[in-house]
Design a protein. Sequence first.
Length: 260
Amino acid sequence: MPELPEVHGYKVYIDSTSLHKKITALDCRDKRLLKKPLVDFENALLGESLTETVRIGKYLFLKTTGPKILIMHFGMTGRPNYYKDPDDRPRFGHIVLTFENGFHLAFENKRKFGWWELVDDIEDYRKETNLSKDARELSLEEFKEALATRKTDIKKVLLDQSVSAGVGNWMADEILYQAQMHPKHKVKDLTEAQIKSIYDAMKHIIETAIEHDAHYADFPEDFLIHNRKEGATCYHTGVEIEKIKVGGRSTYFSPKWQKL
DNA sequence: CACACTGTTCGCTC
DNA sequence: CGAGCGAACAGTGT
């Protein structure tokens, strides 16, 4: 379930395996994952190399030696997989790049919610799609500004990629747990201090998660993620974690710790 | 078997 | 134009 810290790891992985190698083949098993015709991807990638990657939230932009920039979005179940033997193509490796050294980069996507796109310019794309700056780089001022026009539940707003790119379902729950904020607290009712505590929690969680390579089991013991399941109890209060729906998503929180 | 899960996107209302 | 809402999307896992 790739959110910001996981996609950060994918970036590091691709940087260390797949840059500066000429692309000799592109195989796509399911064209629904492509936002443009296959031939456009062939024209943009074959004979070129990947040169540099830029991550904004859950979006990974791959610059090439050509004029086009490849975007990978991993959806809910995606990950990259670099391998040598063609027989090792992963079961859900629906798109595969082959490099001149004979290695392959598979775009694994079990549930096919991920996709590839081609664009000319990252900033243009970011503005066209209302994608916020990456949560890791967002300032408190920018975060406040993004919340200023919003009225609905804080959890819903945190999931909006135009607010703070990269926050997903587990991170939103973790942020609100650490900021001791009820997921249904209305954004219009938040005080400055509450906004700051949400912002601080977000930053702390992102950096902690990246430090631990998004390996949840290694996170500090006071993180909700260890108890983000039915029947578990809150680390701080010992009270049972509750599961509710907010904005159609499953939401776990501690009713005693996160008051409305 | 019916449903949960994950993130984005669409279509609609206001 | 933009906020808000709910459904839709795919398909494996339970």
